[in-house]
Ligand binder design. Structure first.
Ligand SMILES: [Zn+2]
Length: 348
């Protein structure tokens, strides 16, 4: 989940049309763009299919619901034309990407490709959190200034999330940074990006000048960068900015970007610069806003234009903490817990 970036968006979009929901469009020989509908505000995800001489490769799976499964079954009959699924690769743990990984790998009896952390996090999602972990999460949200009703909604959300991901019953094939993998007879380099999720895999074909970026370089959306309950002291925004700068040194500006949401585009370097600049502005506005101590919930006006409602609260808390922890990492912010256990932040 994420939010739209404001301001200029002067990227080049080579495709004027997108595939209809549940259908594909060939964007490069034997590489297909599948638009999979989603039952959430972000109403679609782009999945990528590659036809190779030995079979098909699927990149990302869609959310676990009956509609997505029916779309896949239809494509196995109409598009696969007797060929099997050879490989399945999941870029990262988020439910719209990983939800049907377990179902697809069981159906075709293939072990999915994942990075280690994304595989582990997907397993945790499919099992739900245990009681002992629940207390850690509750403490975390209390320290951010949540009231009891918001905490109750958080627990409901955890239960709901569990239903949108199928269990991973098989082993996985581990992806690591700079690995080379053959998918659909094309060689791809694995480029790991941290920050949006722990170990997000992107795929770069140098020969064909294509970058399958997952959620990392979306054309119109700033990916959510969040501090999460079990990693409260981490600095994911620093990881994110470093990852974006690293990617800029790997991919050329004229690479074709195939993003998980929105249209394929050219203009990678411009997009990377805009994403970094957006965070830098927020960091400075947060610094100015916290001259007097504020808790996490209180800093929202410094970071978000739109009103935060109960659906966006968890993401807003995570994103606010990511910016606060970044400033703590720069030693420009200090945090103090008050007598009720709520954390307060003040610029230095
Ligand atoms: Zn994501």
């Amino acid at each position: 989940m994420s939010k739209k970036t404001k301001g200029n968006n002067t990227l080049d979009y080579p495709f004027s049309k997108r595939p209809p929901n549940g259908d594909v469009l060939e964007v490069f020989p034997n590489l297909y763009w599948l638009r999979m509908p989603l039952p959430i505000a972000l109403n679609h995800i782009n999945l990528w299919l590659l036809e190779g001489s030995e079979g098909w490769t699927i990149i990302d799976s869609g959310m676990a619901n009956d509609e997505s499964k029916a779309i896949w079954i239809n494509l196995f009959e109409t598009l696969f034309k007797g060929k099997k699924l050879e490989k399945l690769l999941i870029t990262h743990m988020h439910l719209d990407h990983s939800g049907l990984a377990g179902w697809l790998s069981d159906h075709w009896e293939v072990d999915p490709y994942f990075t280690k952390k994304e595989f582990q996090e997907t397993q945790i999602l499919s099992k739900g959190i245990e009681k002992s972990q629940e207390f850690i999460a509750l403490d975390f949200y209390k320290s951010c200034g949540y009231d009891d009703a918001s905490i109750k909604r958080y627990l409901e959300r955890v239960t709901l999330r569990k239903t949108l991901v199928t269990p991973l019953n098989r082993n996985y094939i581990r992806l690591q940074n700079e690995d080379s993998v053959i998918l659909g007879d094309i060689e791809w380099e694995i480029v790991i990006a941290k920050g949006h999720s722990p170990e997000h895999a992107c795929l770069y074909s140098k020969e064909n000048n294509i970058f399958i970026c997952g959620d990392v370089l979306l054309p119109r959306i700033t990916p959510n960068i969040s501090v999460r309950p079990f990693h409260a002291e981490t600095n994911p925004l620093d990881d994110w900015i470093k990852s974006l700068k690293k990617i800029k040194t790997i991919i050329p500006d004229d690479v074709l970007i195939l993003p998980s949401h929105g249209y394929p585009y050219y203009g990678a370097h411009k997009r990377i610069d805009a994403l970094i600049e957006d965070h830098m502005k927020k960091i400075e506005s947060l610094f100015d806003f916290c001259k007097e101590p504020k808790n996490v919930i209180e800093v929202f006006p410094a970071l978000f234009v739109n009103e935060i409602n109960e659906n966006s609260l968890i993401l807003a808390v995570g994103e606010s903490l990511a910016h606060l922890n970044y400033l703590i990492g720069e030693e420009r912010m200090k945090m103090k817990k008050n007598s009720e256990g709520i954390n307060y932040y003040q610029s230095i």
